[in-house]
Design a binder for this molecule. Structure first.
Ligand code: LLP
Length: 400
């Protein structure tokens, strides 16, 4: 870390390619006995180098915007045939781009979107493969901002309406019913809700079959959670438990199983390295002020998320209770509150762990701060995959 920081500065995102690929392999092996496709959720970390890495090992992609499709086209154009496109508000331009690029399937989230897709497909004379993203009305224990599988959420189509929509689409020569999809939320720690959702989708599949509609694929979405607190995380056991829950509920389905993991593949492969600028004592509080801030990693501020923080070099001495905060002008700009950490002095480096997912991807330029550089470690080699932003980058789109 010290060598990388000397070369590339701080704040710096550092990712392990080996761990990302290990995680991909876990999913691929757990599903090896059936036709499957692991579609990495690009939103978790959309670095081009990471997309290329995953594509080279056969991964597909789950995208939610035309922008994410452009990323796949730039990083791994051959993988476009393994792209599924989710999202509640697709524009005409985005749909057209996806149709022309030849993606695998659209995960359609409303009746109006299905009509729009049919119209665009007819206009471009390009048949559209689609899956209805159904809302299975399953509760999954997670932060309310990232839970999606209940009827009250904006996502998906009421599962009770799906049959009629598939029937309606069957008469349209520009629509090909490829599959059915669902996604119940993110950072879900138990396998149980995935199985429950799959069971409901299984019932829909049986109804469809009775109506003469045979779907080729089920897309079970993403959402498998990690442990942000513990050092000892048994990823193979988690994947095995998850795959078993899905498989059990899938029962006699002989088609293809798609999954869309994001966090599980990249979160624990990444750290955000920051330098301590000052140690400030104020009343009974001690603040470690770092050169990274909420604009670089917003998860603690937005979801009260916990990230382990470790000094890159340890110093001897008694631990202290501290707040770790950034320089942004908001009280919400913190990484940890009342955290017990070993002694840390100004100039020391801290690593914020498990920051590979929804870290850089959710970063911003708030307070006119330049976003971090990113480094990918592959075996014994490390390379820059995104240079640090410059002031010129930031000011370029503005007009005086
Ligand atoms: N598929 C769909 C349709 C999704 O909406 C998501 C995430 C995924 C797959 C991937 O879910 P994952 O495997 O990463 O849990 N920013 C939040 C997480 C938002 C998740 C949004 N959708 C966070 O930092 O916790």
């Amino acid at each position: 870390m010290e060598a990388l920081v000397r070369k590339f500065g701080t704040p710096l995102y550092v990712y392990s390619a080996d761990q990302i690929l290990e995680r991909l392999t876990l999913f691929q092996q757990a599903l090896a006995h059936r036709a499957h496709l692991v579609c990495y959720a690009v939103k978790a970390n959309s670095a081009l180098a990471i997309l290329r890495l995953l594509a080279a090992r056969g991964a597909g992609f789950d995208i939610v915007s035309g922008g994410e499709l452009e990323r796949v086209l730039a990083a791994a154009p051959d993988a476009v045939s393994r792209v599924v496109y989710s999202g509640v508000g697709k524009t005409v331009a985005e749909i057209d781009l996806a149709l022309r690029s030849g993606i695998l399937a659209f995960n359609v989230e409303s009746e109006a979107e299905l009509d729009l897709l049919a119209a665009r497909a007819a206009k471009l004379r390009t048949p559209a493969r689609f899956a209805l993203r159904v809302n299975p009305d399953v509760f999954a224990e997670t932060h309310p901002y990232i839970s999606t599988g209940l009827r009250q959420h904006k996502f998906g189509i009421d599962i009770r309406k799906a049959l009629a929509l598939y029937r309606g689409a069957a008469g349209n020569r520009w629509l090909q019913a490829y599959g059915v999809s669902f996604h119940i939320g993110s950072q879900i720690r138990s396998a149980e809700p995935f199985g429950a959702a799959m069971q409901r989708v299984g019932k829909l599949l049986a109804q469809l079959r009775r109506s003469g509609i045979e779907l080729q694929a089920i897309d079970a979405g993403g959402g498998l959670g990690i442990d942000y607190h513990s050092e000892h995380f048994d990823a193979p056991a988690k994947v095995a438990e998850y795959a078993a829950a899905l498989n059990q509920a899938l029962d006699g389905f002989a088609g293809r199983l798609l999954i869309e993991p994001g966090r599980f593949l990249v979160a624990q492969a990444g750290a955000l390295v920051a330098r301590v600028l000052q140690v400030k004592r104020s009343g009974s509080k001690t603040f470690l002020i770092t050169d990274a801030a909420m604009n670089d990693l917003i998860r603690p501020a937005l979801y009260q998320a916990h990230h382990e923080i470790v000094p890159v070099q340890t110093r001897a001495g008694k631990p202290r209770i501290v707040d770790v905060v950034g320089p942004v002008c908001e009280t919400g700009d913190f990484f940890a509150r009342d955290r017990k950490l070993p002694p840390i002095e100004p100039g020391d480096l801290l690593a914020l762990l498990d920051a590979g997912a929804y870290g850089m991807a959710q970063s911003s330029n708030y307070n006119t701060r330049l976003r971090p550089a990113e480094v990918l470690v592959e075996g014994a080699r490390a390379r820059l995959i995104r240079r640090r932003e410059t002031m010129a980058d930031l000011l370029a789109p503005e007009i005086l």
